[in-house]
Design a protein around this ligand. Structure first.
Ligand SMILES: [Fe+2]
Length: 290
């Protein structure tokens, strides 16, 4: 059996941008420490528009490639792509963008993505917020891959939610879109209680500390003028805290890509597609390949 938590040698994952730290967590002037793909990293920045990162164990190392986007410092331990995916809504001037949580979870990044994509757990894990019995049925939805970007999408998702957002008043049927633009990052677009014609965006950027440990960084891009940042963060952290023990109890920690490994049900259509999508990308870190 191969050792887990080893330094990543998977070129598909090494050659991606990964989040290192939320800019609002950077202490100006101090050197921060974190991990990425089994290696210790140091970083330093001004918390706004400048930051660098380097491999901590190697004093001779030069800075690794970094970029600042969506309120996070991103780094790459291999050959980075020219760009990171875009979120068009993030740049709309009336949006409120915030890092609502950066939470350590003892699970692999793909397990966290798969859980984020799963509507079936809402009534049981997020009771009173994102679901409630007897409204537990996951209705038919569509799964597709964007031919231009390669992003995986689930569309036409509809679910009953008693309290879909901090701004929600009463329960409602909520429209969802899910998008996976990166092996370890995912986002959803959902009906916005404050503006029926637009959608709120929630993104989960998983920082792979090792193959079985992450920091999940949650970005919210909301249309909400009523709730203060504390209320918005509190809502997101409440939801995340409900997911954490579920994620940490999953076994094995790494996500099996063999479609026969775990019994699929209809609600898992996107999960099955995500596993196949990872397989076709050739990802081997954080998963159990077929
Ligand atoms: Fe959840």
């Amino acid at each position: 059996m191969r050792a887990i938590d080893e330094i990543c040698v998977d070129p598909i994952i090494l050659n991606q941008w990964h989040p290192i730290v939320a800019l609002n967590e950077i202490v100006v002037g101090a050197v921060g420490q974190t991990m990425l793909l089994g290696q210790r990293l140091s970083y330093q920045g001004n918390g706004e528009d400048q930051a660098t990162a380097w491999v901590a164990a190697d004093p001779s190392t030069t800075s690794i490639p970094t970029l600042l986007k969506f309120g996070y410092l991103w780094g790459c331990l291999g050959e980075p792509p020219a760009t990171l995916f875009d979120i068009a809504e993030y740049d709309e001037p009336d949006r409120r963008n915030l890092n609502s949580a950066s939470i350590g979870v003892h699970c692999s990044a793909p397990r966290a993505v798969e859980n984020f994509l799963d509507m079936g757990h809402f009534p049981f894990v997020h009771t009173g917020y994102l679901g409630e019995e007897p409204h537990s049925e996951v209705l038919e939805y569509q799964v597709s891959i964007d031919a231009d970007t390669g992003d995986l999408w689930a569309t036409e998702c509809i679910f009953w939610q008693p309290m879909a957002a901090a701004s929600a008043i009463g329960g409602q049927m909520v429209d969802y879109l899910y998008r996976v633009p990166h092996p370890y990052c995912t986002l959803l677009y959902k009906s916005c209680p404050a503006d029926k014609s637009r959608m709120d965006v929630v993104a989960l950027f998983n920082q792979p500390l090792t193959s079985t440990q992450i920091r999940g960084h949650m970005l919210m891009s909301y249309l909400d003028e009523d709730n203060d940042l504390v209320a918005l963060r509190h809502f997101a952290q409440t939801i995340f805290a409900q997911d954490k023990p579920i994620l940490e109890n999953q076994y094995p920690k790494e996500l099996p890509l063999d479609p026969r490994a775990e019994t699929p049900i209809r609600a898992d259509k996107i999960a099955i597609a995500y596993r196949r999508w990872l397989s076709e990308l050739g990802v081997t870190y954080g998963v159990i390949p077929v």
